[in-house]
Design a protein around this ligand. Sequence first.
Ligand SMILES: Nc1nc2c(ncn2[C@@H]2O[C@H](COP(=O)(O)OP(=O)(O)OP(=O)(O)O)[C@@H](O)[C@H]2O)c(=O)[nH]1
Ligand SMILES: [Mg+2]
Length: 247
Amino acid sequence: MFVGPAGSGKSSLVHAYSKWLSEEFGLRVYKINLDTAAEYIPYQPDFDIRVYIDAHRIAKELRLGPNGALVKSMEMLSENIELVTKAVDNAGTDFILIDTPGQMEVFIFRDVAYKLGQSLGKYGREVVAIFVIDGEVVKRYEDYAFIAVMSVALQARLGIDVVPVINKIDLVRDLSIVGDVISDVEEIVKRLSTSGTYGEMLAKIVNMIWLYAKATRVPRVSARSMQGLEELHRIVHELTCSCGDLT
Ligand SMILES: Nc1nc2c(ncn2[C@@H]2O[C@H](COP(=O)(O)OP(=O)(O)OP(=O)(O)O)[C@@H](O)[C@H]2O)c(=O)[nH]1
Ligand SMILES: [Mg+2]
C-alpha cells in the first residue's frame, strides 16, 4: 500500500513498480485506486474506488468544498471497507498494489486508514506500507528526523510494517545528503548532534527509531526513470517473505 504526502509520486510509483514487476519477472499485478478525488491516474486500475465513491460527485450532490467532500468520501470508504477487502481477496494475482489519496492527512488521520490496516492485517507479513517521500524535500539532515517520526506514526496508525522510500531521485542534485538513511545513520546522528540542543534531540530520535526499523535500507527510487525499483523490491521481499534477504 503506497502512502505519502500529496504529489510525492504514489500513483507514478504504483505504475512504475507494476510495470517493472510484470516486465522483469512476468508477475501478475492487481492495481487498486483508493483516491476518491483523483482526476488522472497514470495506470489502468483493476479496482477503482471512484466507481462507488467519487469525491467530485459527492461535492456536487452535498454541496461541499473539496476538503469536505474528500473527508465525506473517506468516511464512506471507511463504512464500506469490505469493497476493498473483497477486491483484495478476489484479486488472485502475485502482487496487489494499493494507491491511496493525495491528502495523506485525510486518509491517515481518519478511521479509514486504521480500518484498512486492520482488514489487511489478516494477511500478516504479506502487507507493507510504502511511505513515499519526495526526494526534493530531503535537503537537510534534520529532514531524516521528520521521515523517521512520520514512519513510526504511520506504523502506529496502520498497524502494518512501513518502508520509507525516497522518490524522484532523478531530480535530486546533491545525492550526498539523500544518503542511505539506515546505513548512514551514524553519520546523520553525528551531524545532528553538533547542531545544538534541538539537533541533539533529533539525533536521539533518529537513532532510536532506526534502531528498531525492520527494513535494512531506505530505497532511493525514481518512478520516472525506473531506477532503484530493484532495491525497493528487495526490501519488500525481505519484509514479506520468510526466506529473508533476496541476495
Ligand atoms: N521527475 C520525477 N517526477 C516524478 C516522479 N514520480 C512522480 N513524478 C511527478 O510528480 C507529480 C506527482 O506524481 P503523482 O504520481 O501524481 O503523485 P501522487 O503522490 O500520486 O499525487 P497525489 O495522489 O495527487 O497526492 C507528477 O507530475 C509526476 O509526473 C519521479 O520519480 N521523478
Ligand atoms: Mg496519486
